[in-house]
Design a protein around this ligand. Structure first.
Ligand SMILES: [Zn+2]
Length: 107
């Protein structure tokens, strides 16, 4: 692991991949992303009006990029919510920034 992420008070609380899953109307134990995930700045919101979010987020302390995705399933016996936070490499982050720039340029 890059030593920078250990020094950062936010990134040190996040693994390379974090998952949260909540299923309503079941006894299945819900899991959530660490609170540190909410401290990340939203840089690009790829789907602002969707329940299935894709966001490029950045750590305000060290500038590391993350991809935040959610999924939402409506079921007859309840709903399922899923969140995923993935730490991006610099090359991956650049790719998302490029996509985001193209997306908002055309609108
Ligand atoms: Zn950080």
């Amino acid at each position: 692991m890059n030593p920078e992420s250990v020094l950062c008070s936010i990134c040190s609380q996040l693994k390379d991949r974090e998952n949260g899953f909540q299923k309503y109307g079941s006894n299945y134990p819900d899991t959530y992303l660490p609170a540190a995930a909410n401290q990340l700045d939203i840089i690009i919101d790829f789907r602002p009006l969707s329940e299935r979010m894709i966001q490029l987020r950045r750590c305000p302390e060290c500038g590391r990029y993350y991809l935040y995705q959610t999924d939402y399933e409506y079921l007859t016996n309840g709903t399922e919510d899923e969140q995923e936070l993935i730490r991006l490499s610099d090359a991956e982050a650049e790719e998302y920034i490029r996509k985001g720039t193209e997306l908002f340029k055309s609108s």
